[in-house]
Design a protein around this ligand. Structure first.
Ligand code: BGC
Length: 767
């Protein structure tokens, strides 16, 4: 019942925003910016205010929520992870139904599809599930670069290249937001390792920042217009990203035009006042101490009322766009069957075929298969931590193949099942779902068992598994095969090849593993990544040829870990303890990582430093062949933009899709540039044998430019630019050139975010 005076209260959505803000007390404003907290129950982690803990969660298991100001019609918003599906609790106390969400393939797999419409479609499916569960903002996509193959959260991220990463993120954001749910582009920025993640200072040059670590975010923000951005845990050149005005205001807003709100990563940073001042509007998950600090700072005049109001306005503007604000009546009934169908289709689109000697694949329908490796029977659906999803079921490869009409060696299956069940029974339950138990180790298979299998099966399939997740990076042992895996693969290979049967290796992995020293033992190698809950079906779709693989690597596979440009500097080093902040705690210890490879990350390094990769960026085989012909450029001289046109023809026997990649080699100018950089890509439709399709790839002036830190500007050097069009970074099929007659300053920026001292970057000798 409204009192007479309450009718004069300006309500959000009815009254002008300025009136709503003017009607808020400082305390209400501060509470709006500070989330309702999280019952983390970790030492050193602040808990919730009792009055907030008493308010039931609308969506149990969602990562965070903001405070409502009911008298002004301001709703509490619900924020939920994550990059592989909507992460909420699968069950609720006193309720006997379940609240599952679809586990989609991880971001790395989606990027491997190079299929922007598909990724948009997947984003929309996330949006629909979030909507069905009453979630306002989805805490995805994650889009940090794969700077090093051991990054613990690489699976949540797309690629080693900022263009691929940025385009993927923009497509995903557009999909999510098309359903009325906000996206959160994260973790902004230079958060490329987990090591001491809350106290790690990333030291990186302005040029590498602009061209690599910020570039993907810039594309995602400009093209995808996300409602929110999540700042990162790390410090960037000495300042916490969540406290960096240069990053969150000067670059993100003033330069890129971002108009939503920025939230912290959970418990990130140390100074709430500095965060709000910098343009980090929302502090998550929030605690009452932060609210107090903001109110006190306003009263003391150390935080201006205007800065507080600016942040409040940003949150309110996003709030008015949400489903909760619109009074959306969600029904907790997402279409999980549709989610599963899309998860399966997307997973198959992003698997990458690395080898296929003697046409070992596709496997003849109805064949008898011997499956080796734990992950054949227990799918590694996705990664761990906040990127995990509570899915209703997962389809392992043995079940997927059985459903596709293959006969699976039952003796082998029974023995793996017995082993996996016995090992699982021995383990104590994981203390916290965010810290799951490590995987069950691979076991040896007796030689006579392998020999039996080789006698009866038409082919061997060896699945090698790797998982990873938040809080830790992978280590070098995880990168290579264990002795047991090596022996298993060798024994299977020897026995099956002696019997004239092929050996297929499937990599069900969170990230890159070493392949060069064992690949001779395999006739075919398929990278299935972490394919989501329908993984077994999707793998079977590719292995059977129901889907012709068309995925391409979004990162380089090096020959050995030592070849990785950041092998020595990753993940960083612990700094000598300084008074006051030394000592291990829940947030890690002060550490530093120096990105001394500068621009030379991934293929930019392998190309410029002449290091042969095991498989190059952009690589992936098909069951058919394609011709890429007739490259033409719309002009010989660059004007405002330029279009490259090529024709792709399926010259093989089965239908398939090809990804065409455009790499640009810039002329020698004031700045040394990588030998070539991905500037555009496109994927064909499914082409029948003999069919052709014309693809158009457009470059704009920014695609020609490098970032010149001395001029704080994007500058395109004058001269001859070579356009290389191919089907991987090392399989260039067509080449053409155009000129830019005069140097062009394409965009001026602010000169911000310089490291305290110049980074001593390694440079190739090529120029
Ligand atoms: C992660 C974020 C996640 C948040 C909420 C943090 O630990 O870094 O990616 O969105 O938790 O679960």
């Amino acid at each position: 019942m409204r009192s007479v005076s309450a009718q004069d209260v300006p309500l959000l959505g009815d009254a002008p925003l300025a009136d709503v803000i003017a009607a808020m007390t400082t305390e209400e404003k501060a509470r709006l910016l500070v989330g309702m907290g999280m019952d983390a129950d970790l030492p050193g982690v602040p808990g919730m205010a009792p009055e907030d803990a008493a308010i039931p969660e609308r969506v149990p298991g969602a990562a965070g929520r903001t405070h409502a100001v009911e008298r002004l019609g301001i709703p509490s918003l619900t924020l939920a992870d994550g990059p592989a599906g909507v992460r909420i609790a699968p069950t609720r106390p006193g309720d006997d139904r379940t609240y599952h969400a679809t586990a989609f393939p991880v971001a790395t797999l989606l990027a491997s599809s190079w299929d922007l419409p598909l990724v948009r479609e997947v984003g929309a499916a996330f949006g629909r599930e979030a909507r069905a569960y009453g979630v306002d903002v989805l805490l995805a996509p994650g889009m940090n670069l794969h700077r090093n193959p051991l990054g613990g959260r690489n699976f949540e991220y797309y690629a080693e290249d900022p263009l691929l990463s940025g385009r993927m993120a923009a497509a995903f954001v557009a999909g999510v937001q098309s359903e009325g749910v906000g996206a959160a582009v994260k973790h902004f920025a230079a958060n490329n390792q987990e090591f001491n993640r809350m106290k790690l200072n990333t030291v990186v040059s302005r040029r590498a920042l602009r061209e690599l670590y910020l570039r993907g975010f810039e594309i995602a923000v400009r093209e995808g217009a996300p409602w929110t951005v999540m700042s990162a845990y790390n410090l960037l050149n000495g300042v916490h990203t969540s406290e960096s005005e240069a990053l969150l205001t000067t670059i993100l807003r003033d330069e890129w035009g971002f108009d939503g709100f920025v939230m912290t990563d959970w418990f990130a940073g140390s100074d709430p006042v500095a965060q709000v001042r910098a343009g980090n509007d929302v502090l998550m998950p929030g605690n009452p101490g932060q609210t107090r600090a903001l109110v006190d700072a306003v009263e003391a005049g150390t935080l201006s009322a205007a800065a507080l109001d600016t942040a409040v306005a940003r949150v309110l503007r996003v709030a008015t766009r949400t489903l909760t604000f619109a009074g959306h009546a969600y029904d907790d009934a997402p279409d999980l069957a549709a989610g599963a169908r899309l998860a399966r289709r997307a997973a198959a689109e992003g698997m990458v075929l690395l080898e296929n000697d003697g046409d070992a694949l596709p496997l003849a329908r109805g064949a008898q298969l011997a499956l080796f490796g734990n992950a054949s029977y227990e799918l590694i659906v996705g990664g761990t931590g906040s990127g995990d999803v509570n899915e209703a079921y997962a389809v392992p490869l043995d079940a997927g193949l059985a459903d596709a009409g293959y006969a699976v060696d039952e003796v082998l299956r029974a023995s793996y099942r017995a082993y996996l069940d016995a090992e699982a029974a021995k383990r104590p339950p994981a203390p916290n779902p965010l810290f799951p138990s490590p995987p069950i180790p691979e076991r040896a298979v007796a030689a006579d068992r392998v020999a039996d299998a080789a006698r009866t099966a038409d082919a061997a399939v060896v699945v090698l598994g790797r998982n990873s997740g938040e809080f830790a990076d992978r280590d070098r042992d995880d990168f290579v095969l264990s002795d047991v895996e090596r022996t298993l693969l060798r024994d299977v290979s020897v026995a099956f090849r002696a019997a004239g049967r092929p050996v297929v290796v499937v990599l069900n992995v969170a990230g890159v593993v070493e392949v060069a020293d064992w690949r001779d033992a395999a006739d075919a190698i398929l990278v299935a990544w972490q394919p989501g809950q329908e993984g077994g079906h999707a793998m079977a779709d590719v292995l059977s040829g129901a889907v012709n693989p068309s995925g391409k690597l979004p990162m380089t596979f090096p020959v050995t870990y030592a070849d990785v440009p950041s092998a020595e500097t990753f993940p960083g080093r612990v700094l000598p303890a300084r008074a006051g902040d030394g000592g291990a705690d829940a947030f890690g210890v002060p550490s530093e990582v120096v990105y001394d490879e500068g621009l030379y990350v991934g293929y930019r390094y392998y190309d410029a430093f002449d290091v042969a990769p095991a498989y190059p960026f952009g690589y992936g085989l098909s069951y058919t062949d394609f011709a890429v012909e007739g490259l033409t450029l719309s002009a010989d001289t660059f004007g405002d933009d330029l279009t490259a046109t090529v024709e792709v023809t399926n010259t093989g026997d089965v239908a398939g899709r090809e990804v065409v990649q455009l790499y640009l080699a810039a002329p020698e100018g004031r700045l040394a540039t990588p030998a070539q950089e991905l500037r555009a890509f496109a994927k064909t439709d499914r082409l029948a044998p003999g069919a052709s399709q014309t693809l158009r790839l457009t470059l704009d002036a920014r695609d020609l430019a490098s970032y010149d830190p001395d001029r704080a500007a994007w500058v395109a050097a004058a001269g001859r630019y070579v356009v290389r069009v191919g089907t991987s970074s090392r399989d260039v099929r067509q080449q053409a050139a155009f000129t830019l007659p005069r140097e062009r300053v394409v965009a001026r920026t602010h000169d911000v975010l310089a490291p305290a001292a110049p980074v001593d970057e390694r440079a190739p000798d090529r120029r």
